[in-house]
Structures are given as C-alpha cells and as structure tokens.
Design a protein around this ligand. Structure first.
Ligand SMILES: [Zn+2]
Length: 201
C-alpha cells in the first residue's frame, strides 16, 4: 500500500502535530494486551529526515488531505459526508435540531430529476458532518456543472420555470469560466497538476 501523509497525535507528546508518511503493515507483534491497536491496523511512520516510528495505531494519526487540512475535518459546502441509512452525500449546511442532541444536516440530492437541498434530523451520537473523503477542486466543479446542466435540461421546456432556467444558464457560464481558469492555472504551474488530479483519497 502506498504511503499517505498524516499528522501525529499519539502518546509521544513532543511529536504532536508533526507530519509523517504512514504505511499500514501486517503486524506479527501482539501489542501486549492492546487488542484495539491490532484491530485498527498497525502503521509505520517516516518523516522527511528519515526518522521512523513503528507500531503506531490508527487513532494516533490524523490523515491529511491534499489541501493540507485534516482529511476528516468539519464538512464544508459540497464535501462528501456519511449519513446513516443513506450513505455518502454532498453536504450543504447544518443547523440545530429541536433538542440539544439532534441536528439538521442538509445535503444535496436529486429527486424527481430536479436537484435540491434536503434535510435529515440526526442524533449527534449517530452522525456528524465530517468530510469522509477529499474532493479535488476539479471534481467539485464537475459535480456543480452536472447539477446545473441537469437543472437546465429539466427547466428548459417549462415556461413557469423560466427564471430557474436562466439562473442555471448563468451558473453554467460561470462554472465553465472557472473550469477554464483552473485549467490555465494548472498549465502555468505544472507542480500543482498532481494536487488537482487528486491523490486517490
Ligand atoms: Zn505493530
């Protein structure tokens, strides 16, 4: 398995916050009585100076996404999140629920061939709006364009949806321009191409 970047947060306090490249390995060590460490998978960490740590448990590291933020940070508009009984959805926003232990999580979905923002009431113990995987800027744009094009197709033939049609026509125009700017930026800065192309998170 390829190495992936992580931030350390385990029991060695002086290493907290430092970044390493982690690899998972099959471990023959029984880790004493620590069954959790064995079940979570055992990692070897190496930093850029070559310093390495062996037998590091999953809960001692935080994966870092190509954008430099924690992979599983609080979700922002358009991020993938996981909702119980629903699966992975694109997060829109969240707000307080009717009780302290509940929360409304709003997400994008297609229903009846129209895109919209739907809401689900979740227990804070069952679900959290945490990014589940990294989305490259290009993937995000492609998704937004797909939504806007679907909306164009659905509103085109309906006079009473004229305004929605025109709004989405403007949106497609803006997103296309953004895509062209991004493509130009990648050509100007080839070292960014790998980041934009994504790292398989
Ligand atoms: Zn181990």
């Amino acid at each position: 398995m390829a190495g992936f970047p992580v931030r350390y947060r385990g029991s060695i306090a002086e290493l907290h916050g430092l970044t390493f490249t982690a690899t998972v390995h099959d471990c023959d060590d029984d880790h004493g009585q620590d069954i959790t460490a064995r079940d979570e998978g055992c990692h070897t960490l190496v930093d850029e100076t070559g310093r390495s740590l062996a037998h590091v448990r999953r809960s001692s590291i935080t994966p870092i996404a190509p954008d430099g933020h924690d992979l599983h940070r609080a979700a922002r508009d358009g991020d993938w999140i996981f909702l119980p009984n629903l699966g992975e959805v694109r997060f829109a926003y969240q707000e307080s629920g009717p009780t302290r232990r509940t929360r409304w999580i709003h997400y994008y979905a297609c229903s009846g061939r129209r895109w919209g923002i739907f809401a689900r009431l979740v227990s804070i113990y069952d679900a959290a709006a945490i990014r589940t995987r990294y989305t490259t800027p290009q993937e995000r744009l492609t998704w937004q364009l797909r939504m806007a094009l679907d909306e164009l197709a659905e509103t085109y033939a309906h006079p009473h949806l004229r305004q929605a049609f025109e709004e989405h026509a403007d949106l497609v125009e803006r997103l296309t321009q953004q895509q062209e700017l991004n493509a130009a930026a990648v050509t100007d800065a080839p070292e960014l191409a790998g980041i934009v192309a994504g790292q398989g998170w």
